[in-house]
Design a protein around this ligand. Structure first.
Ligand code: DGJ
Length: 723
């Protein structure tokens, strides 16, 4: 059993194979978060609430008395607003009479095998009921009648816990949820560095590490999507923790909309962390008996450093998040038309790409933006999802037949949640875009956002997509999203529900995506948002891969891929070799090989010598496919730490083989370059592809190898395979 309830002491302990999480029911039924960390087997939490109660005019519950317990400093499991817990709160519910004091207390609980899904929202899942166990605690705010169900799932084989929350209005009056975070965590120290992933278009997911300080600090998105700027990922690494050593707690929100992740270090030097839907521009009206569900937050704990944190996420997401056929089946190696042709293509050009790409070993041609409406640039036609017959004469069929005849599968591009002011759809439905009354909405890439919170709008888009996808042999869909959401409003929402818009929009997106993956289970679906502007676990629940960035420069890509790998596995990182000129094709291939691998160039323009390199790359891609998809990533030299070198290693699950990749970003004349490998079996012998010699894992991890001679040319790279 992984979830225990100690009835005498009123304690819950939620165990994975390596971690424990303890919740206590205190006097007056306060729910307290006593422990999260390395697995423990006994519980002595009698003293746990004694925390300098009078540190800052802290207040007492009159029933409990002034005996050392105060909501101000207690490790409240799900902090609420206004009842003497003055820290950042996870929940605030406003009553029919305008009061927004909220105070939930334990009512009952259930423990069961398996894991429930959350209505309308993507989640991680258990492959069988034996793999996970769930605790649901009901807690009630007796004044508002808000019945709060705190859900926790722990996984048998992964040191992972998920949390989510349901709020039900059990009163006979309407209530308003002002904020409802997915998880609240308490640490009785602030001796942590906070790790986050910041970025922008073309420079996604850079690692930021800063020590926690007194006060509130954190990250958020108000862009309507998870966004380029901050990823919904936060880790707390014990000060001094490295890739290989030290305690790390990490959190990733399974949500693609506005989020907030805040840490508050209080006057007792304790830390509260909350993560969930951003309460800015949010409020949810609950009529009697209605329910509101938060998205889920995934948390990982490890005492073994930041690298192990990443590997835990990677294994878990590969097994318990990504779904569908391509979770386990080999994905076709693709070439995408975007950087090769932009909007300038026709059937002949694309079939010629396919013809040439086939000779290299490519398996699928993806026709990117520009095939629909009258689209020849980015000023029009989003929403008109019918073929631009001036460009593709005779429609899609002759093109797809032509590509298939060359032996390639065929993929297509969509941007379903957008509408161009210059489109037939906009002219027919001038109120279907996201907007508020009396304001002209901002434009982004000449486009508006389509109001997919509306069912009628979704129905229209779905019918258009269904027609194309069901009438044609389409093996892949790239789903793009190329602007942020401003002027947030929906023509259908009444005034009191206007602040529900952002969340309703995301639920609408999920509804459309869910229809796509369930109606067309054989289609490989790749997420995208101006590169990697919507790279989050919720999207991965629909699309097993996401285009990581529009930046295909292999040196800059190193930063993007290292950052993305903090929590997202190689199998999910869309990575292509393009024609950009910074390095030769070896390095472009070695860097793209980290991810899903593919091409984004005009194959006709390739030089003969580059074609030979590409053919070898494709052979390597097949050779290392499963090693990279299923293996464990070890970041050896991170470009965030080193201005010259980047290196990483992927070790097979059974430790029988591994692939090492090294990139010299800039030549460095004053350094030797010894690499000590990681994650090997010390007792196994590994044969090296460089010299044919066999080395023990023990030798490779402790002595390592000297690559000084090979590491000395700008933009050069190499791989070494050991088996
Ligand atoms: C942004 C994407 O990131 C690109 O790969 C490409 O699909 C363009 N949109 C097309 O408009």
């Amino acid at each position: 059993m992984s979830i225990f309830y100690d009835e005498k002491n009123r304690l819950f302990r939620l165990d994975t194979s390596k971690t424990s999480y303890v919740i206590g029911i205190y006097q007056e039924n306060y729910l307290l978060n006593f422990y999260y960390g390395k697995k423990i087997s006994d519980m002595h939490f009698e003293n746990f609430c004694k925390r300098n109660p009078s540190a800052s005019f802290s207040l007492a519950n009159p029933v409990i008395g002034e005996n050392g317990f105060t909501p101000d400093t207690a490790p409240i499991e799900y902090g609420c607003n206004g009842a003497a817990d003055f820290r950042i709160s996870a929940l605030a519910v406003r009553n029919y009479n305008g009061d927004n004091v909220t105070d939930i207390r334990y009512l009952s609980h259930r423990i069961f095998k398996g894991k429930k899904s959350i209505p309308q929202m993507p989640t991680t899942y258990a492959n069988s009921d034996d793999e996970a166990e769930t605790l649901e605690i009901d807690a009630i705010d007796s004044v508002t009648g808000a019945l709060v169900t705190l859900s926790y799932t722990v996984f048998e084989n992964h040191p992972v816990m998920t949390k989510s929350v349901k709020i039900k209005n059990t009163s006979d009056k309407t209530m308003f949820v002002e904020r409802a975070f997915s998880g609240c965590y308490d640490f009785n120290s602030m001796d942590f560095d906070m790790l986050t992933l910041w970025g922008r278009h073309d420079k996604e997911r850079n690692l930021c590490r800063r020590p926690l300080a007194h006060g509130v600090q954190g990250i958020e998105s108000k862009r309507g999507v998870s966004g380029h700027s901050q990823n919904p990922f936060v880790a707390f690494a014990k000060a001094g923790a490295t890739e290989d050593y030290g305690e790390v707690y990490a959190f990733n929100l399974v949500y693609s909309g506005n989020f907030s992740a805040l840490a508050e270090c209080d006057h007792n030097c304790s830390t509260r962390f909350i993560m969930g839907i951003n309460p800015s521009d949010f409020e949810w009206t609950l009529a009697p008996n209605e329910e509101f569900y938060t998205p889920e937050v995934v948390s990982v704990y490890t005492p073994d450093g930041i690298g192990e944190m990443s590997r835990i996420f990677h294994r878990f997401y590969n097994n318990n998040l990504v779904r569908g056929k391509y979770k386990t089946e080999k994905r076709p190696l693709l070439i995408n038309s975007w950087e090769a042709a932009y909007f300038d293509f026709d059937k002949e050009k694309l079939v010629a790409f396919a013809h040439e790409a086939k000779k290299l070993g490519v398996e699928m041609l993806v026709m990117d933006d520009g095939w629909f409406g009258k689209r020849n640039d980015d000023t029009n036609s989003l929403g008109d999802w019918f073929v631009n017959e001036e460009k593709l004469i005779g429609g899609l069929k002759p093109l797809i037949d032509g590509v298939n005849a060359e032996g390639l599968k065929f993929g297509i591009w969509y941007e379903p949640e957008m509408i161009s002011p210059d489109s037939e759809l906009f002219r027919a439905h001038p109120d279907w875009h996201v907007h508020v009354d009396n304001r002209t909405p901002m434009l982004g890439r000449h486009q508006y956002v389509l109001d997919v919170s509306r069912e009628d709008v979704r129905e229209n888009i779905w019918n258009q997509m269904y027609k194309v996808l069901s009438e044609n042999k389409i093996d892949y869909v790239k789903w793009d999203f190329n602007r942020n959401i401003s002027d947030a409003g929906s023509a259908l929402l009444p005034p009191e529900r206007k602040k529900e818009f952002f969340h309703r929009f995301i639920l609408g997106t999920y509804d459309l995506m869910n229809r796509l993956v369930t109606t067309f289970p054989d289609i490989l679906f790749e997420g995208c948002s101006g590169g990697g502007g919507r790279f989050d676990p919720a999207m991965l629940s629909f699309s097993p891969q996401i285009w990581t960035s529009d930046n295909t420069d292999p040196i800059q890509r190193l930063y993007i891929q290292f950052g993305t790998s903090m929590c997202y596995p190689a199998s999910t990182q869309g990575a292509h070799v393009s024609a950009c000129e910074r390095t030769g094709y070896e390095t472009k291939g070695n860097v793209a090989m980290w991810g899903t691998f593919g091409y984004e160039l005009d194959p006709i323009k390739l030089k003969e010598e580059d074609k030979e390199i590409i053919k070898q790359q494709i052979a390597d891609y097949h050779k290392y496919y499963w090693l990279i998809r299923k293996g464990d990533l070890y970041r050896i030299i991170s470009p965030f730490d080193d201005s010259y070198y980047a290196a990483w290693q992927i070790v097979a699950e059974d430790k029988q083989s591994f692939l090492f990749t090294f990139v010299c970003m800039r030549r460095c004349s004053h350094r030797t370059c010894f690499i000590k490998f990681k994650g090997l079996d010390p007792n196994k012998m590994y044969k090296c592809s460089l010299d044919g010699e066999s080395y023990s894992g023990e030798f490779l991890m402790n002595v390592g190898m000297n690559f000084t001679e090979m590491a000395n040319r700008d933009g050069k790279s190499f791989t070494v395979y050991f088996e």
